[in-house]
Write a protein that binds this ligand. Sequence first.
Ligand SMILES: [Ca+2]
Length: 349
Amino acid sequence: MSIKKTGAIAGLAAGVLIFLQGTLGLAGEAPATRRATSGPAATQPSKMGVGSGELMGKLSSSSRDERIAVADEIRKLGRAADQDKAVSLLTAAVKKATGEELLALGGALWRLDPRKAKVLGLDRVTVSLGETDLKMAWIPGGEFWMGCSRGDGDCLDDEKPRHRVWVDGFWMGQYEVTQGQWIAVTGKNVAAFHGCDECPVEMISWKRTHDFLKKSGLGLRLPTDAQWEYAARGGVDAARYGVLDEIAWHGKLVAGKRPQSVGSKKPNAFGLYDMLGNVYEWCEDGYKSDSYQSRKGLTRNPFVRGYGPEYRSLRGGSWRDYPEKVRVSFRGWFLPDGKAGFTGFRVVR
Ligand SMILES: [Ca+2]
C-alpha cells in the first residue's frame, strides 16, 4: 500500500490544496517543492473565463487536461474566497469523476463540507496532508453491543456489563496515523522506531495527539471509546473481527518485535486496518473502570470526560501484547502525558 501521492492526481490535488489554503486560511503552508512542482494546475494560467456556468460546462469534458484546467479555475475562485461557488464546482467535478480522481476531488470537497460529501454518497475520500494522503472512510451510524463480547472468556471486570449503545455516523481514518503523516503535519519525527514513513507513529501521548489534530487544520478529533469500539467491530459481535493472525500484528507473531507498516493485515467490514494490534490507539475518553455499570437500556453516543491528569483510554492492543489484550472490548489506560513505543492513534471527523 502506498500513501505517497503520484502523477496526475498529485498535480490536480496540489492545485486544489493551494485553492483550499487560500479559501480557508488553513494552518500550515504546503512545502515549497509542492508549489514549484505541482504541475499544470498550479503553474499554467488558464485561458478560460471565471464564470461558473462556463466552468460547469468544462467539467463535462472527459479530457484530463481540461479537468486540471478547471481545477486551476477553482483555485482562482479560492483566492476570491468564494466558498459557495467552490463547493458548487467541486460538487460538479465529483459527479463526473471516477477512481483515484474521485477520491482526490471528494477529499477536496470533504475538507470544505464533509456533509456535502456524504450527501453525494461518498464513503471514501483521500485528503492531502502535506506530501502524504489521509484516507478516510464513512462509518454509518448504528446500534451495537458495547463491552464483553458473547462467549469471550478473556474479559475483565471493566468490560462488563455489555450494554446497548447507539453511535451517530462519522468519518474515520482507515489507517493508524503514520510517521510520514506526523512529519507532514508537525515537521518532526518523535517515533522510537523511526525511519519507516508507513509505520504507525508511536511515542505519542494523549496530549501530543491534540497538537497534531489542531495543526492539521482539518477539524480532526480522536474517536470516543464508543466510536472506536463500534468501528472496530464492523458489525461483528465477537472478540475479534477475524482470525487474529490475519488481521493484527500482536506479540506472539515473530515479526511483531516492532510496529509494522500500516495496512499490511486484513481490514474489517468498514475498510479499517489495524484496529486490533500494531499500536494502541488513544480515545478522547477518560478511563474509569466502572463506567459501563450505570448505563441502562440504549445509551446514545456515550462519552466519559477525563479531567486533568486522570487516565485516558487506549484501545486495540499492540505489537507487543499477547492475544488476550488484542480484543475489541479490551480497555487500556495511561496518563494523558504517558507515551511509549506502542502508543499511537487514528483520527475521526
Ligand atoms: Ca491499532
